[in-house]
Design a protein around this ligand. Sequence first.
Ligand code: BGC
Length: 798
Amino acid sequence: MNNWTLLYEDFKPSMESLREALCTLGNGYFATRGTSPESEADEIHYPGTYLAGGYNRLKTDIAGRVVENEDLVNMPNWLLTKFRPEGGDWFNLMTVDILSYRQELNMKEGILSRTVRFRDRQNRETTLIQRRFVHMANMHLAALEITIIPENWSGRIQILSAMDGTIINAGVERYKQLNSKHLAPVKSGKADNDIIYLLVETNQSHIRVAEAARTRVYIEGEQIEVERKPVEEPGYIAQEFFIEAVNNTPVTIEKIVSFYASKDFAISEPAQDAVEALRHTGNFKELFERHAMEWNHLWYKCDIQIADNDRTQMILRLHIFHMLQTVSRNSIDLDIGVPARGWHGEAYRGHIFWDELFIFPYLNLRIPVLTRALLLYRYRRLNRSRIAAQEAGFRGALYPWQSGSDGREETQQLHLNPKSGRWLPDNTHLQRHVNAAIAYNVWQYFETTEDLEFMATYGTEMILEIARFLSSLTSYNREIDRYEILGVMGPDEYHDKYPDAEKPGLNNNAYTNVMTVWVLRTAIKALNKLNPKRRYDLLEIIGLEKTEIGQWQDIIHKMKVVFHDDGIISQFEGYNELAEFDWDGYIKKYGDIQRLDRILEAEGDTTNRYKASKQADVLMLFYLFSAEELHELFKEMGYDFDPQIIPKNIEYYLKRCSNGSTLSNIVLSWVLARSDRTGSWNIFNKALESDISDIQGGTTHEGIHLGAMAGTVDILQQCYTGIAFCDEMLHLNPKIPEGLQRLMLKIKYRGNWFDINITPDALAITSSKERDIITKICFREKIYEIKPGDTLNFDIKV
Ligand code: BGC
């Protein structure tokens, strides 16, 4: 097995839309699903091309009210290229006999290819080879090459090379009752003999998107002229032509496409620039060379290698590949966040969630300039978040649970339970913990890069305003002399209110409360990092008084955390009063119960009544913090923290979790890593299968789960290596599972690259010479120094 290639050796109609998502090609600016070029949206296929951050809002009258959603818009389908022998049927895999089939996503070079041998109804046998890439170095370009080899026939072949902007957003079944027509045609036409273009505009956000296509024909490598017939209707343009094909002689159609949007930098007008770009662009082979070179450079620093397990290695690379295709150097000036489902489909509408928490650690340690850009997406929406806080009666900045174009709350007001057919209120916006995640991300970025400039200009202001919001979210309970947070949701989305309550929200979600304390302490730390003048100015700008910081101290010391059963951290106040759930009974009845919320709602019941979680909630604390850090946090809050409560809580919540979110397995594998290496490795392997095997009950075709993809990579990167950053030191403490015989990676820490090589017995770390600084390494509580160019070796058996 080649551990660089995702390979399919058969055509399975029922798997096609999943493969389309997994074979998406993108470059951090735009992405195109791995749909076969001849296909349009039908029961099997869903072509999708998405501009990073290309959103549009539409209203829909549904279930007696008007709801508004902001969607990631499906842009014109540039892939569309059909062929047929003159007078025959347009090529369609469903109507021919497939003699052989091979689809390969080559991740090393970022190219998708498909080779099919087929026999049509007239007994003509043909080999078809399709190859494509979305250019990683030149973000505006993509290329498709189709080679047709008649094997037992000669004759004319008709080709249709099109761009279709008449499409709608139809990639998610649950959204189908919502308005979905986002694009309006603007103009289209022929620019040169072989270049056509199409300009469309989103009908609310007025983003103009232009695509241009240059189609050329080659016979045995020689370019030939063909007579092209234009086909045009509003929002659609194509060229049709015939080629004289000769038995056993390959005919190649090359379609080079450019993609521009009115939001782009360094352009005049998208259609003009799209056409112009093609006039200066080489052929498929020339473009590919530079594209492959870019991937080669990326892999040099971004690969993580393991030994002896090709499938695991391949999936890890697939996860890295999709991360790098979703956000890349091309994304830096785009003012985008990193979407939970990639730009690979329409689920969650391309929105940005707390999933960044799982994604940034990988980027921080390789392309920190990118994390910086992604954090700026949040900074630019700080004012919008200040307004949101004010409107909700709080101070500071309240970031939305789901974020899109302008930073307002984009969580849908109603969601459909496909099991019951009912539209239900969506209360997930009460997940205020997303704010803590943003502060955490800013701080982690700083810890790994030491980018004080960023902190002084943007980062500290964000952390302070989030701290301010979270402190205003607390209320003081005089009776117990403690602060509480009422009416929120934790990460576990199965609980959005008390069983018989009218109003949504839960009290004292432990994760939110502890994170609040962490944010308040970090805000004070961050402030102290600034030079006195900047500190003074910032306090003046945001009007933060000493008394407010004094109150933060009080909250830090008196935050409430609820416990039950002698050391179990209650997920929220009252959790212990909920009924135990009949896991065995439901598994027997339904098999897959990951989406227990939908099952119970359809039965007229609710997950709110049970000790049953969709995903890790309390366990997030052990995911984000070491035992020492938690000990310190709990001590500050005035609670004892016996490290023994960690395994106790893990055992307790593990049993009560349905893993209805792909993020959950990441957390579970992580928290088990030290106490149950085999258990951790098994769950890690399950998490690896999330998308490639679509274990979430068929959701991957609507978009990959980027948090889970990044999370698996981060388990190798930070969890099994014990890499952590605090006190200005790089901490290492590997404990690798038996299934791993070797782990090799590069990380960038505070300007220097480090090569890390781990086997079950030994750890070696080598520093590069980028920055002439000595780095402090903490290995099992002892501090060492490493100079540029040096290697440190540790025995890890003992
Ligand atoms: C999970 C959230 C996650 C979201 C986007 C939901 O199913 O419960 O934690 O942020 O998906 O990935």
